[in-house]
Design a protein around this ligand. Structure first.
Ligand code: F6R
Length: 357
């Protein structure tokens, strides 16, 4: 039930801090250590490469997850769009483990890959929000997202739950392999939940930002580098699907290779800056688009912020920033859709779970 909320999407955005806290409980043992099912850990240890398979928002979570698995746990990981994988299969490693990410657990494109790789004899793991769903039943292993029912067509809390579960997986593997991850993960994840809470309390700011940048536009660009780029892909998808604004996420460095031709007076460009090593370069990209007339703004992480930034995200560990930086992006899309009189929870042409290939 959406209770006092005008839309499920807003309710589900607000539920994200609670989902993160629930996941921390669900995947901690009695000693307060992160622990996942030993069979899943063994399946990962026995594989030489993970192949993440997903669609849409879940694919975007997979991109962030790949980076976490590789940088935190040193597990080689690839991410593939399910519908592409079926027709354009990459050369596989000797002992692959296939990881399906699906909120609904019913997505036909992902299931087609599952059926295919099972026939080839490979092991499979599904991350899903729905216990007993097809992808969960048919895979060897399941990790649950614990996000609670997601009703709005646009996925929000499932995306952050997917990333959180992937980070838990990475930390579990690293710690059981005796690696020092270099930070107190459970503490940092609680800090993330608090930061999300602070952001969902800034609805007025985001409603105004949506007005300033998105309400009257035909198109919009989100730019970021490194992991911020992946969040920009998700930010653009959220805006497209519920507000019907043509939106694209771009890697900052790619602008000069073509996209910058689209920038004209008033074109909205929303830049994300949460990573120290690319902060300078993304800010120079913003200068480049501003000098061509763009209506640009910067969302930055506390500590990297500069005067004039439109929104400053509370400081969180730099490995976990996507969990926090996506929240204002979701709210921007939500308010832009409202201001454009769109049906937020049920956008045209879309279904909550896509059960046809
Ligand atoms: C976007 C959205 C879709 C889904 C995609 C995969 O907001 O919800 O892009 O992410 O259809 O769905 P699942 O995760 O159920 O496999």
């Amino acid at each position: 039930e959406k209770g006092t909320y005008p839309h499920y999407m807003l309710k589900e955005i607000d539920e994200q801090p609670a989902v993160i806290r629930k996941l921390l409980m669900a995947y901690q043992n009695e000693q307060g250590e992160i622990e996942i099912d030993a069979d899943i850990r063994a399946a990962i240890d026995q594989s030489d490469r993970l192949y993440i398979i997903a669609c849409g928002t879940s694919y975007h979570a997979g991109l962030v997850g790949k980076q976490m698995l590789e940088s935190i746990a040193g597990v080689p990981t690839e991410v593939h769009i399910a519908s592409e994988f079926s027709y354009n299969m990459p050369l596989l490693s000797k002992n692959p483990l296939f990881v399906f990410i699906s909120q609904s657990g019913e997505t036909a494109d992902s299931r087609a890959v599952l059926v295919h790789v099972k026939k080839l004899g490979f092991r499979t793991l599904t991350l899903t929000n729905v216990p007993g769903s097809t992808l969960s039943r048919e895979a060897d292993h399941t990790l649950l997202l614990h996000a609670g029912p997601e009703i709005a067509v646009a996925s929000t809390k499932a995306y952050t739950a997917q990333i959180a579960v992937l980070s838990i997986l990475a930390v579990d593997i690293a710690e059981h392999n005796g690696m020092d991850i270099g930070f107190d993960f459970t503490k940092e994840l609680s800090i993330v939940a608090n930061a999300m809470e602070a952001l969902v309390d800034q609805k007025d700011v985001l409603e105004q930002m949506a007005r300033d940048y998105l309400t009257g536009t035909r198109n919009a660009f989100y730019i970021g580098r490194a992991v911020d780029y992946y969040v920009c892909l998700e930010a653009a998808l959220k805006l497209k699907e519920i507000s019907y604004v043509q939106a694209e996420g771009f890697a900052g460095g790619e602008l000069k290779h073509g996209t910058i031709a689209l920038i004209e007076k008033g074109t909205p460009v929303i830049a994300l800056a949460t990573q120290y090593h690319v902060n300078g370069s993304i800010r120079s990209n913003v200068k480049e688009v501003v000098s061509r007339g763009a209506n640009a703004c910067i969302i930055s992480l506390e500590g990297l912020n500069e005067e004039g930034d439109s929104l400053v995200l509370p400081e969180v560990h730099d490995a976990l920033t996507p969990l926090v930086s996506v929240v204002p992006m979701q709210l921007l899309a939500y308010y832009a859709a409202l201001q454009r009189d769109c049906d937020v929870d049920k956008p045209r042409n879309l279904a909550k779970s896509v059960t046809v290939e």
